[in-house]
Design a protein around this ligand. Structure first.
Ligand code: HEC
Ligand code: HEC
Length: 423
């Protein structure tokens, strides 16, 4: 609970350690640092918004029962996903809330690389890749699977008071929790102004802003995967691996056509590619029946996807979801907005079923034919049928390419599952 509270005080114990230590003891001896929290010349524990945001991101005190932080569902040690095996009781696809009972209906996406999503915009006309493909017309960007928050700070304001997440009753309760911690109190006043705590909304939004700023740091965007190292000339052996063959398939519209949706047109430079266009599509994902049984919504419930975004009211948008980044995807299963698929290989076989003569008509995880889409009417069959059918070697290669998109610090998390990519 108190971890990292005083983590910055040690470096200050330099040559004047004795004097500093005496001052420190005096301060600690006083308990809280007095009324205004300023004027004593001390440096606040957190000097920048991002440093403050880092502490807040992992602070379980921002949840009602003090069991949950952002990091619980977006673990920095695991590519910022909810990797608790019992995240949702025995349903790992969705997250259990701070109350220990409430289950969500959507899988927690990685918070890494989320900083590159542009603010949500409803009616965009966008060139497609390759040139000559019909334009995309529709929504772009935003945070969440349905884009309902514009940016990271807006997003971060949600979970602390969301009843099925961190479950604090209101913003005031969150601000009270901040004020329990003198380091926060002093740092907020230093960074956001002495009277920041006079206004509950302003203080709450400052908290969200600090978290958002932490999520914009390089910790969330390392760009140091095998693929990046290859592009920078640091890993020439890449061309000998299955991932190189996968890359060719991935970026070719006559073959797998993945880049049609998983490429950011503005990043001509593949070194900064985030592997999502931030467009919205319905790719025919079936209901996760286990989740619906466990969370009480039942089999009749439909996740409207983009149509659930208050800015959208055209029924043609029902069942579309934001294209997710594929960075770190090899270690962020289960997959899709509802976590219905466990393995990356299953995802690629799922895509292949749309091709005429596909050999992948059975879901390898259920042993049954692929279940019907949750929202059949809006599936983008035209683009999913594009390209040619994939054989098992193609699928291996695509899986290996996606594995090569794993940040260096998460490479140890990749499970081989009998597939040797050559790295
Ligand atoms: C109980 C688990 C849980 C907690 C706690 C939680 N999240 Fe999330 N997070 C989710 C889920 C589930 C979604 C997807 C929800 C949706 O799309 O409707 C999500 C979505 C996000 C996204 C959107 C990513 C994208 O690509 O669209 C970001 C960013 C994020 N969370 C950051 C945070 C921050 C910051 C906190 C703490 C203030 C936090 N989360 C707390 C489960 C959680
Ligand atoms: C028509 C656009 C489109 C095309 C083409 C496409 N994708 Fe996707 N992809 C999406 C969307 C949208 C989602 C999210 C769907 C959802 O959550 O319901 C997704 C999800 C995924 C996921 C799951 C990621 C996660 O974190 O859950 C993977 C993996 C993936 N795609 C890989 C591929 C590969 C490989 C190809 C090529 C064979 C491909 N995609 C082609 C739009 C597309």
């Amino acid at each position: 609970m108190k971890s990292s509270t005083y983590r910055d005080s040690t470096p200050h114990l330099g040559s004047r350690a004795v004097v500093a230590l005496v001052v420190l003891i005096m301060l600690v001896g006083c308990g809280k640092s007095g009324g205004g929290g300023s004027g004593d010349g001390d440096e606040p524990a957190f000097e920048t918004r991002a440093e403050l945001g880092e502490a807040l991101f992992s602070d379980v005190n921002l949840s009602q029962n003090r069991t949950q932080a952002c990091a619980t569902c977006h673990n920095p040690e695991h590519a910022f996903i909810d990797d608790r095996v019992d995240a949702g009781g025995d349903i790992p696809a969705v997250s259990l809330g701070d109350d220990g009972v409430s289950l969500g209906d959507r899988n927690a996406p990685t918070a890494a690389y989320a900083q590159f999503a542009p603010p949500f915009q409803a009616n965009v006309v966008r060139d497609r890749i390759p040139a000559g493909a019909p334009d995309y017309v529709g929504a772009i960007g935003g945070q969440f699977h349905d884009g309902r928050e514009d940016d990271l700070a807006g997003q971060a304001a949600g979970p602390p008071t969301n009843p099925i997440e961190m479950a604090l009753p209101d913003r005031e309760a969150a601000v009270d929790r901040l004020l329990e911690n003198t380091d926060y109190e002093e740092s907020f006043e230093e960074i956001f102004g002495d009277d920041i705590f006079a206004d509950t909304d302003a203080a709450y939004e400052a908290m969200a802003e600090a978290i958002g700023e932490f999520e914009e740091t390089e910790e969330f965007a390392a760009f140091d995967s095998r693929f990046d190292r290859f592009l920078r000339g640091e890993y020439p052996e890449f061309i000998l691996t299955k991932a190189a063959a996968g890359e060719a398939l991935f970026f070719s519209s006559v073959f797998a056509n993945c880049s049609r949706c998983h490429q950011n047109e503005t990043s001509l430079n593949k070194e900064r590619e985030v592997f999502t266009s931030f467009e919205y599509h319905n790719i025919g994902v079936p209901v996760n029946t286990a989740v619906r049984a466990a969370n009480g919504l039942g089999p009749g419930h439909i996740d409207d996807g983009l149509l659930a975004n208050p800015a959208i009211n055209d029924p043609a948008e029902r069942g579309k979801f934001k294209v997710p980044t594929l960075r770190n995807v090899a270690v962020t299963g289960p997959y899709m907005h509802n976590g219905v698929f466990q393995n990356l290989r299953t995802v690629v076989e799922f895509y292949d079923q749309f091709h005429t003569d596909s050999e992948h008509t059975i879901n390898p995880e259920t042993g049954l034919a692929w279940a019907a889409p949750e929202v059949p009417a809006t599936v983008n069959t035209a683009e999913l049928e594009f390209g040619r059918k994939l054989d098992d070697e193609d699928i291996d290669n695509l899986v290996c390419f996606m594995r090569s998109l794993t940040d260096a610090r998460y490479e140890h998390l990749i499970e081989e599952n009998g597939l040797d990519c050559g790295f």
